[in-house]
Design a protein around this ligand. Sequence first.
Ligand SMILES: *[C@@H]1O[C@H](CO)[C@@H](O)[C@H](O)[C@H]1NC(C)=O
Ligand SMILES: *[C@@H]1O[C@H](CO)[C@@H](O)[C@H](O)[C@H]1NC(C)=O
Ligand SMILES: *[C@@H]1O[C@H](CO)[C@@H](O)[C@H](O)[C@H]1NC(C)=O
Ligand SMILES: [Zn+2]
Length: 302
Amino acid sequence: MHFTSIFLGLAGLLASASAKPANTTAYKHFECGVDISRASAHFNQTIRAMHQGVFKAHSGTQVAGIVARAAAAQPIAVDVAFHVITTAAKEGTISQKMVDDQFAALNTAYAPTNIQFKRVATTYTTNDAWAVGAGSDATALKTALRNGTYATLNVYFLTDLAGSILGTCSLPSNIGPGTPDPSTYIGDGCMIQANTMPGGNIYGFNQGKTTVHEVGHWMGLLHTFEGYSCSGNGDFVADTPMQSTSTDGCPSKPAKDSCPQNVGVDPIHNYMDYSDDACYTNFTPGQTKRMAGMWAAYRANR
Ligand SMILES: *[C@@H]1O[C@H](CO)[C@@H](O)[C@H](O)[C@H]1NC(C)=O
Ligand SMILES: *[C@@H]1O[C@H](CO)[C@@H](O)[C@H](O)[C@H]1NC(C)=O
Ligand SMILES: *[C@@H]1O[C@H](CO)[C@@H](O)[C@H](O)[C@H]1NC(C)=O
Ligand SMILES: [Zn+2]
């Protein structure tokens, strides 16, 4: 990985920027802070059960029963709170229009799945430390800003997100019986580089699709290349072809095929790969069913 070098590169690039930072190519690749090593034991058990119980094989072939219905059986309505946190130097660079367009992009991407988001709150904060979102500052900002329950999606858009990543989210897990106090799951939610919003300055990643990808994790999906292997369980979803490398850009001609011995070429247009925003077009029916299952298992009515 190339975390440190890219992060310092971006910091240097933006340090001298005035009100509206210039188009930056500092992020050469999508990098995301989520993988199964960060999953809880409970999540691991659940995703295995859902894989074995619902899907037969990770073959890349479509499985009867999940193909017919690309959308969740019942519409799923998710309350979402957007929080924009900027440094003092970048105050005003993340406009209301960018935030509105981000929200629209999220719902457009999820419309075929029957999952829709309702914005219940939008907050704007100027705080140099919180805009980086590392360590105890991440906890502090979430403690101050998190809204709603475990069923409420909180997205923190940070102008200077640490770690040279474009975003990270928490996978769902068991918060225990009853209705625990939100302080017990204060870390839940997503932290996203604010300039990935539509109209942001991150070249290749400024159509709002980073948020679409990250919210997929919050809904219980893993990367299509999880495990970086042509064998094993991969992402535990049956209708995403096996993929042993993440994708840069949009290599469609010739088709990228990191597991030629397996059925199907790499799902480079899938929101859970690392492709450019312009390349992303879909979730599979299996992923949609997984999100609906994870929602019911972990977040609905919590
Ligand atoms: C942003 O940078 C890329 C790569 O250098 C370039 O192709 C693109 O035209 C630039 N866009 C703007 C709006 O300057
Ligand atoms: C969940 O599974 C992953 C992959 O096997 C593993 O790395 C991780 O440690 C597991 N989580 C826990 C809490 O055991
Ligand atoms: C959540 O946001 C709404 C709308 O701004 C606000 O009325 C409510 O007080 C917030 N709740 C918490 C816990 O911050
Ligand atoms: Zn990811």
